[in-house]
Design a protein around this ligand. Structure first.
Ligand code: AMP
Ligand code: ZN
Length: 439
């Protein structure tokens, strides 16, 4: 059995009371910073908060209203800036689906805290200074690339900051420098696998041991599939630019859901419809509060991500609680002929079927009054033998397995490897063509 390793053992294993103490101090600091922003100054005044002393206990957080993505858009570009512009050293913006940007500013100290959190995450997976880390996430305004970069350097890994895309070059770098750890989206990792053959390679030609996979929702069966195909360990990595980026929550060597750094964030889970607070193990929308951030403090930010806070402790000894694998975003849910379907359910079924390849798409259209679900999936080339009956049987089997899981009949289309579009960053899987452009 591998022994858990720690970057900052003292805080990572601190008793719950100690973490709550740190949270209370952090919350007061965050409220103080928030009061310096135009946006929160007004909002907090409305509920009678004019000083950090108004936070007497962690329970007082519940009196503060939620912050939403549209609040962030409204406050663009500097309504949420809590420090002098000269003290800001970096910003990240995200454009989101509607194109209205949001911005998060960072001071020197914000970046140092963020780096420390990512160093903890990397160490929790057992990776360290002996590793060669190839960062396949896009560098730039998207936080995926720069996010883990500095933490990886801090723990002393050899970092290859290649960024996203150009699979051939990725594979060459992996071979030339004997990369042991990669950071990528799960969809890009599947794509890498699918390109090995064309480059006359097998996973055994690589030195890869681990992958940090995140930035998009994926199922446990996708993790297992990638682990099996590549012969590596995959760790789920959760982050969002509003909460810095990667480094928010990460799996440890036990791969049993993701520890959230509770000295840096307060996590809550709410019913997305009513806003009511839910208990541990109850699934709902994740709400997060920053505790360490100076430049852009955020109070009770509604992430839109569906998960639950795990009760119980992890075998690694970290006291910071875990959140379950993200099921998707609350706005990802498709209603197909009245039935609620999450894309992650479809993915989970597909990735359990051995003949199914590494790429898929979900398309919803209107056929008269009814919705029609089409699932397009690549299958391995060895299936295209000219045996039409075998293909038909496979299509039937996929349809049945899908129906058993999502209770909706689907049209299944089988595609050859490389037949569906590839995304270098976050994959686009769902095409809801019923009313204009959605999903
Ligand atoms: P961005 O702010 O562009 O980095 O996007 C953040 C969003 O990506 C999150 O709110 C999630 O919806 C999604 N995301 C990031 N990491 C994961 C993960 N490990 N599992 C599922 N969704 C994720
Ligand atoms: Zn653990």
């Amino acid at each position: 059995m591998v022994e858990p390793e720690f970057w900052n053992r003292e805080i990572e294993t601190a008793p719950a009371e100690k973490i709550r103490e740190v949270q209370l101090e952090g919350l007061r600091r965050t409220v103080a910073a928030a009061l310096r922003t135009r946006f929160y100054h007004r909002r907090l005044k409305e509920i009678g908060f004019t000083s950090p002393e108004d936070i007497r206990s962690l329970d007082d957080l519940k009196r503060i209203p939620f912050t939403t993505k549209s609040d962030l858009r409204e406050a663009y570009p500097d309504g949420l800036l809590a420090v002098e512009r000269d003290d800001v050293v970096r910003l990240h913006t995200s454009s989101g689906t509607t194109g209205t940007p949001t911005v998060i500013y960072h001071t020197r100290s914000d970046l140092e805290h963020w780096t420390e959190l990512t160093a903890r995450c990397i160490t929790a997976t057992g990776a360290g200074r002996r590793d060669v880390f190839q960062n396949m996430m896009t560098y730039g305004l998207f936080t995926g690339g720069l996010g883990l970069h500095y933490g990886a350097e801090l723990v002393g890994m050899l970092v290859i900051p290649v960024g996203g895309g150009n699979t051939r070059r990725q594979l060459k770098l992996m071979r030339d420098f004997r990369t042991t750890v990669v950071h990528a989206t799960p969809s890009y990792m599947l794509h890498i696998y699918s390109r090995l053959e064309a480059e006359n390679l097998t996973p055994q030609d690589l030195s890869l041991r681990k992958a940090f996979l995140g930035a998009e929702a994926y199922s446990e069966s996708t993790r297992r599939k990638i682990e099996g195909l590549m012969g590596i360990d995959c760790y789920n990595s959760y982050g969002l630019s509003e909460m810095n980026g990667p480094g928010v929550a990460f799996e440890c060597i036990f791969k049993d859901d993701m520890h959230v750094w509770e000295d840096a964030y307060i996590v809550e889970v709410i019913d997305p419809a009513s806003g009511d607070l839910l208990g541990e193990d109850e699934e709902g929308e994740l709400v997060m509060t920053t505790l360490q951030r100076e430049a852009t403090p955020l109070l009770r930010y509604r992430t839109g991500d569906l998960t639950r806070i795990r009760s119980g402790v992890c075998a690694c000894g970290r006291s910071h609680r875990r959140i379950a694998r993200i099921k998707g975003r609350s706005d990802d849910m498709l209603i197909i002929n009245g039935v609620n379907v999450y894309p992650s359910q479809v993915e989970s079924v597909l990735m359990r079927i051995p003949e199914v390849g590494t790429n898929y798409q979900i398309v919803v259209t209107k056929e008269g009054a009814l919705d029609r679900l089409t699932v397009k999936t690549e299958i391995y080339s060895k299936m295209f033998t000219g045996d039409a009956a075998a293909l038909e049987a496979l299509r039937g089997r996929i349809r049945e397995l899908l129906k058993a899981e999502i209770l909706v009949g689907a049209v299944v289309e089988l595609h050859e490897p490389g037949g569906l579009p590839v995304y270098e960053g976050k994959a686009r899987r769902v095409f809801d063509e019923r009313v204009g452009e959605q999903g």
